[in-house]
Design a protein around this ligand. Structure first.
Ligand code: HEM
Length: 132
């Protein structure tokens, strides 16, 4: 492949693509499902986390510059608006950010600076969803 036809480098590629993102998401929901400190966050979610595992993985792939299937399947859907009615507060947003940071650290890219940057941006989004 020559330089002209090479696909652009994206965070998605640097992260390790859908395989690594899928591992992060599975670990995130496993932590949420099993660790006592995330009980308030877990209680906000439906019993069956399977649809959320699929959706969050798809959203993260698209967000990171990978395949845009999630955006195409959810035209015009905004994650911030989708969470507005969910009564996210500072406590549960912090739990979400903590669990995703742990999942990224455990299952994310070997490049720790990249994993940290990903977790930091997701934390900003999670905290921006919180209402007093
Ligand atoms: C960067 C931050 C976040 C992202 C990217 C994100 C992403 C998602 C995605 C993709 C879904 C699947 C449902 C759908 O497709 O609409 C979902 C569901 C959900 N999220 Fe988040 N989320 C974030 C933060 C949070 C936070 C901070 C909370 C709570 C404190 C939260 C609570 C929920 C709940 C309760 C559901 C499921 C609703 C149901 O049971 O159907 N999320 N989120």
């Amino acid at each position: 492949m020559n330089a002209e036809s090479a696909p652009p480098s994206t965070p998605y590629v640097a992260l390790g693509g859908s395989e690594v993102i899928g591992r992060i998401v599975d670990r995130f929901y496993d932590l949420m499902d099993t660790e006592p400190q995330y009980r308030p966050l877990r209680a906000m979610h439906a019993e069956d986390l399977t649809p959320m595992r699929v959706s969050l993985a798809g959203w993260l792939c698209a967000w990171a510059g990978g395949p845009r299937d999630w955006f195409e399947q959810n035209p015009g859907k905004c994650m911030m608006s989708a969470h507005r009615g969910l009564r996210v507060n500072h406590e549960t947003a912090t739990q979400w950010a903590d669990a995703i940071a742990r999942a990224v650290a455990e299952c994310g890219p070997a490049d720790q600076a990249l994993g940290k940057a990903m977790a930091e941006r997701l934390e900003l989004m999670a905290q921006a969803m919180a209402r007093p």
